[in-house]
Design a protein around this ligand. Structure first.
Ligand SMILES: Cc1cc2nc3c(=O)[nH]c(=O)nc-3n(C[C@H](O)[C@H](O)[C@H](O)COP(=O)(O)O)c2cc1C
Length: 327
């Protein structure tokens, strides 16, 4: 049984990747994930704000930079350790495992901070994920401006490195396939489909906005499957599924829709690294039972790549779903 797959130009032993999260905080976690079967590790993100805070601290040491330091003081306390420890993490994890290690940057504006992509490469990362996490709040900024800023940020990060860059986007673009093409033209090699937003809740007694971190379920995968099937074979990008991958069945669905790899976070936070081993066994069992010899055979087999007019299929499916309601 050949479970190998290719993602971002990297040869991976199987399609199970540990997604960006606190699952890997050092060499021991990394070795445990590798031992359980992970094909690659994405480290948690280094945030634009962390980098700017460090740059601000340096500048604040100089008398003329007081106003800049004051502006930065409005950034929330994140509890993140900052760029130095992050680069140490990349280097120590890379030294501990034989599987590819993917660094992660999280930011949404072009600027000097994007040069840290280079430092992550120099620390030993095999590839980089750029999470462009952005929630529109400015009523005067239109969608085109958001797209242009995102594309510019991607271009800067890609221009700073020689390693492949995958971009983790939110689904909230008027045309996701067009956005994918723009990302590709800006230099990205892959797309991570897609960012999962953590919706803040309201505490009506304390009159406070409270952060709520709920882990995913397999239901969240469905939205990803549609986009993956739209993108596979139609944009020249390596595709990773993230969000709702919990079981071998989820992995198979994502591959058939068009993903090259699947990322797991919630399932591993709940069940631990050995969940990777169980998922891989179940994947092999299912493939054997259904006469598949390789992951490559399954990839994109349920995508819309061969449909001359995917829009017609999407519309027809919508009508069919509405008609399926029988009261
Ligand atoms: C506790 C936690 C921390 C996370 N940290 C990051 C991060 O630093 N960078 C990032 O791009 N995504 C981060 N994510 C998002 C995950 O990488 C993933 O995209 C999301 O959880 C959906 O996958 P899942 O359904 O397998 O959990 C985090 C998720 C969780 C639950």
């Amino acid at each position: 049984m050949d479970l190998s797959t290719r993602h971002l130009g990297l040869e991976l032993r199987n399609p199970l990747v540990v997604g960006a999260s606190p699952l890997v905080t050092g060499p021991d976690d990394a070795r445990a994930m590798e031992g359980a079967g992970a094909a690659a590790l994405v480290l948690h993100s280094l945030f634009e704000e962390e980098i700017l805070a460090e740059v601000g601290a340096h500048l604040a040491a100089e008398a003329h930079a007081e106003s800049f330091a004051e502006a930065l003081s409005y950034l929330p306390e994140s509890g993140h350790p900052g760029p130095g420890p992050y680069l140490d993490l990349v280097a120590s994890v890379k030294a501990a495992v034989g599987i590819p290690v993917i660094g992660s940057l999280n930011g949404f504006t072009p600027g000097g901070w994007t040069s840290y992509a280079r430092k992550i490469q120099e620390a030993g990362a095999d590839a980089l994920e750029l999470n462009v996490h952005f929630v529109a709040t400015d009523p005067t900024e239109n969608g085109h401006e958001v797209v242009m800023r995102t594309v510019e940020t991607v271009g800067e990060v890609c221009g700073a490195v020689d390693i492949p860059v995958a971009v983790k986007l939110s689904p909230y673009f008027s045309s996701f396939p067009h956005m994918a093409t723009r990302i590709r033209d800006a230099g990205a090699s892959g797309l991570v489909v897609f960012n999962r937003f953590f919706q803040p809740d309201l505490d009506i007694e304390a009159l406070e906005v409270v952060p709520s971190l709920r882990l995913s379920t397999s239901d969240e995968l469905l939205e990803r499957l549609r986009l993956l099937s739209l993108l596979h074979g139609r944009v020249d990008l390596s595709l990773a599924a993230t969000g709702g991958v919990h079981t071998a069945v989820d992995v198979i669905k994502a591959l058939m829709a068009g993903a090259d790899v699947t990322q797991m976070v919630s399932a591993l936070l709940i069940h631990g690294p050995e969940h990777l081993t169980r998922t891989l066994s179940a994947l092999e069992f299912w493939m054997d039972d259904h006469g598949y010899e390789s992951v490559e055979q399954m990839k994109g087999s349920l995508s819309l790549a061969r449909a001359p007019n995917p829009q017609a299929i999407v519309r027809a499916n919508y009508m069919q779903v509405l008609d399926s309601w029988d009261g």
